[in-house]
Design a protein around this ligand. Structure first.
Ligand SMILES: Cc1ncc(COP(=O)(O)O)c(C=O)c1O
Length: 404
């Protein structure tokens, strides 16, 4: 195998490179030396007007409503984790009551759900099928008059599997229950329209869509009262006190505008890149399994099991070979346990213990994909050669969710 100084980044679900146009817009804003948007003097008012214009524009990119009187609320946060925490704590109200989350949520939903349980809510984890999709019928049975909040992600960060959000939204609407969706991996990749989805609130994060790290948002309808997590200021109607960064909001707006300008082309380009990766990998290593591959998926995420090869060993060897990927969610990296998402999909142990996540961006070239597959095949064959013969026999072909 060649040695490489060039690392091929197939870990774009962890973070994405900032678009140069986003950097330019933020630098121009920084050069303005804007005042604190909460200051009452003229310079402060100027900064506030700019921030409110950005709020309107961002809301527009996401398909939110800005009509006076019934305008959707756009609350800036530090990122997706904070937006998810704010949604769960802010929308559930006070106990008792039922909160339903899916079993495949990101840790930034699972942990606040645990906290809600500890303070007296009944928290139910809605299971998924072997493709990673929740069952709407089961959800319908679980949504009771006591239910305060349902939170189900739009697209999964480990498998890319999409949930039937419109159906879920209809169901929640019929029962008058708030529905939040974690759209952190979906916004910037596929067409996401807040009004059309029919959810009550949606989380997003700047650095997942070629925007800056340090800003995200919770977009919510006008009606839910969102209880703050933080205290000590009047910014953002007291829902999220603390000085807002106009420059980060500029970066988020630019990143969203670039996505909105070419939303369908982007989706198509990502799908082509991901499909090239999966097809080529499956041709050269026929025993690999694409987890969740049979379900509708986000176009940039591939979760692949390599039966017979330990995922940690494979991950480390790929890192050395110049392919950056992930053993799961970036927020649980360091954890050696198999992914709770794949466990919830009831995958057999041989697939659970051998799964890695690869995620592409619009900057990933076909040449990089071909090179990455070459490196993966070479590393896989090398590790397989070192396996004792009995393990090799055990790790034959699997009937997983999709083999190409
Ligand atoms: C689905 C999902 N939700 C939430 C987050 C957290 O976002 P942030 O890194 O902006 O806190 C992530 C990050 O990986 C994610 O993939």
């Amino acid at each position: 195998m060649e040695t490489h100084d060039s690392i091929i980044d197939l870990d774009n679900n962890a973070t994405t490179p900032v678009d140069p146009q986003v950097n330019e817009a933020m630098a121009a804003c920084q050069a303005l030396g804007l005042a604190n948007p909460a200051s009452q003097h003229t310079a402060g008012q100027r900064a506030r007007r700019k921030l409110e214009d950005l709020r309107d524009q961002i809301c527009g990119h996401l398909g939110g409503r800005r009509t006076p009187g019934s305008a959707d609320q756009l609350i800036f946060t530090s990122g997706g984790t904070e937006a998810n925490n704010l949604a769960l704590h802010g929308l559930a109200g006070s106990p008792p009551g039922r909160v339903i989350v899916s079993a495949v949520e990101h840790p930034s939903i699972q942990a606040p759900a645990d906290a809600l349980q500890a303070c007296g809510f009944e928290v139910i984890r809605l299971g998924v099928n072997t493709s990673g999709v929740v069952c709407c019928q089961q959800l319908a049975e679980l949504v009771t008059p006591e239910t305060r909040l349902v939170s189900i992600m739009l697209g999964n960060n480990e498998t890319g599997v999409l949930q039937p959000m419109r159906e879920i939204a209809q169901l929640c609407k019929a029962q008058g229950v708030y529905l939040h969706t974690d759209a952190v991996q979906a916004v910037g990749k596929i067409d996401v329209n807040f009004q059309e989805l029919g959810v009550s609130a949606l989380s997003l994060s700047g650095h997942k869509l070629h925007g800056p790290v340090g800003i995200g948002a919770l977009l919510a309808r006008s009606t839910p009262t969102i209880n703050p997590l933080l205290r000590g200021g009047h910014q953002q109607q007291g829902v999220r006190p603390g000085t807002e960064s106009v420059c980060l909001a500029v970066g988020l707006e630019r990143a969203l505008a670039l996505w909105r300008d070419q939303v369908h082309a982007r989706d198509q380009q990502l799908s082509l890149t991901r499909d090239r990766f999966e097809t080529s990998l499956c041709r050269q290593i026929p025993q690999v399994v694409i987890n969740g591959g049979g379900a509708p998926r986000l176009p940039h995420t591939s979760n692949v099991s390599f039966p017979g090869v330990d995922r940690q060993l494979l991950f480390l060897a790929l890192d050395q070979a110049g392919v950056a990927c992930s053993t799961g969610s970036a927020c649980s990296s360091g954890a050696t346990e198999p992914s709770p998402v794949l466990r919830a999909m009831n995958l057999p142990q041989t697939l659970l213990e051998t799964a890695l996540r690869f995620s592409v961006s619009v900057h990933t070239t076909h040449r990089q994909i071909d090179l990455a597959v070459d490196r993966i095949v070479s590393v896989f064959n090398h590790l397989r050669r070192d396996l004792p013969a009995k393990n090799r026999a055990r790790s034959g072909r699997h009937s997983g969710t999709k083999t190409l």
